[in-house]
Design a protein around this ligand. Structure first.
Ligand code: NAD
Length: 370
């Protein structure tokens, strides 16, 4: 039986509450013999600052480097509003992303049938939706130099951001997108703006070349990023995997995610380069939402985003596809049975707390296992 090293970083606010439910799910899969999970726990964000004076300690960073997957809750809150900038809670997440070299951000947009009516779009547009946005996370205009505000001779100021991409940065994110599409519906849509941007021209050339050389049996389409935003709202089910740069990915993934309703439902993954010796990638899995200080401590948070993030870990880090499918099915069934946390409540549903939702999902797993 495979052994997987998990580092659990619950963080702040509702982070520990939702992560406690994930730990029930991890324990269940461990008991089922799907894999042996060696679990370590660490601190990140404000809780790490309180304990170590840093948003993540070197010791916990070493554990993250050694882990097969990091499960991250959420960080931040009013308590740490005045800590020095370099030690603010978010610095822990940024260090993890940087030191682990997590260049590929995966944001699925899945619409559970039971929640289709909660979307701001018509149910027929979103029902059954299952798309994946693959965003380049460590390059592009957020990091390119020069990045500055300068004062001109006439007294005006000029702000400059620089959009830069190299061939190798585009190649590696393209490969991730095609490899993921191979586990799904074999289609990649590459979004850029080659009509007005040089990085877009290069992006399109490189994606086309990698497709032809390595993934010619799969479908590739190119779409201008602005059109992609429009299409996502018009008929999102035309897509399978969308690959794009950091800036477009930031925007398109938020559009796609919100097609499906509450923040409490949205998982994500960030992957690093493949280790040629082991074939493994560094990986961090986290809900899209933050620490929700307004509901922290009330036992009311929706744990599904974090539980679904563990499903992504099963799928992408541990290649336990059947287990991931089973967990997704358990979530679908529990929602179909009418159980809801407060954030996704609607008429004729039964509202439960964080632990109630976690327990129901574990119970449904047990039921599915027979
Ligand atoms: P948030 O995502 O924490 O909350 C936004 C709203 O959504 C709140 O009303 C909250 O109650 C609700 N919500 C979020 N997750 C939920 C869940 N699982 N179940 C039910 N309701 C949920 O965003 P915010 O309020 O802008 O930020 C709060 C703190 O979180 C800030 O300190 C911010 O910096 C931090 N933050 C952290 C991350 C991260 O850790 N990756 C991401 C975003 C924000």
């Amino acid at each position: 039986m495979a052994t997987h090293k998990l580092l659990i970083l619950p963080g702040d606010g509702i982070g520990p509450e939702v992560m406690a439910e994930v730990e029930k799910v991890v324990a269940w899969f461990g008991r089922q013999g799907v894999a042996a999970f060696e679990t370590e726990r660490g601190l990140v964000g404000g809780s790490a600052y309180d304990a170590h004076g840093e948003a993540i300690s070197n010791g916990d960073m070493a554990l993250a480097q050694a882990a097969d997957a990091v499960l991250f809750g959420a960080v931040g809150g009013p308590k740490w509003a005045d800590v020095p900038y370099s030690k603010r809670p978010e610095a822990g997440l940024l260090r993890l992303r940087k030191d682990l070299g997590l260049f590929a951000n995966l944001r699925p947009a899945i619409c559970f049938p039971a929640l289709a009516a909660a979307s701001s779009l018509k149910p027929e547009v979103v029902e059954g939706l299952d798309i994946l946005i693959v965003r380049e996370l460590t390059g592009g205009v957020y990091f390119g130099e020069p990045k500055e505000i300068v004062t001109l001779e006439d007294g005006q100021q000029r702000g400059i951001d620089t959009q830069v991409y190299t061939t190798s940065e585009i190649e590696r994110i393209t490969r991730v997108a095609f490899e993921l599409a191979r586990t799904r519906r074999n289609k990649v849509s590459s979004a850029e703006k080659h009509n007005v941007m040089k990085t877009g021209v290069l992006w399109k050339q490189v994606v086309t070349r990698i497709h032809k050389a390595e993934f010619a049996d799969m479908e590739l389409e190119h779409v201008l990023a602005d059109n992609c935003a429009m299409q996502l709202v018009r008929w999102p089910k035309q897509y399978d995997v969308i690959v794009c740069d950091n800036l477009f990915g930031d925007i398109l993934s938020d559009v796609a995610a919100m097609l499906t309703g509450s923040l409490g439902m949205l998982p994500s993954a960030s992957l690093g380069a493949e280790d040629p010796a082991t074939g493994k990638r560094k990986a961090l899995y986290e809900p899209v939402h933050g620490s929700a200080p307004d509901i922290a401590g009330k036992g009311a948070a929706n744990p599904i985003a974090t539980i679904s993030s563990f499903s992504m870990a099963l799928r992408y880090s541990f290649k336990a596809i059947e287990a991931a499918d089973m967990l997704d099915k358990a979530v679908t069934n529990v929602l179909a049975s009418g159980l809801r946390t407060a954030d996704i409540r609607s008429d004729n549903t039964h509202v439960v707390g964080t632990a109630g939702m976690g327990d129901a999902i574990v119970k449904e797993l047990q039921h599915l296992a027979g």
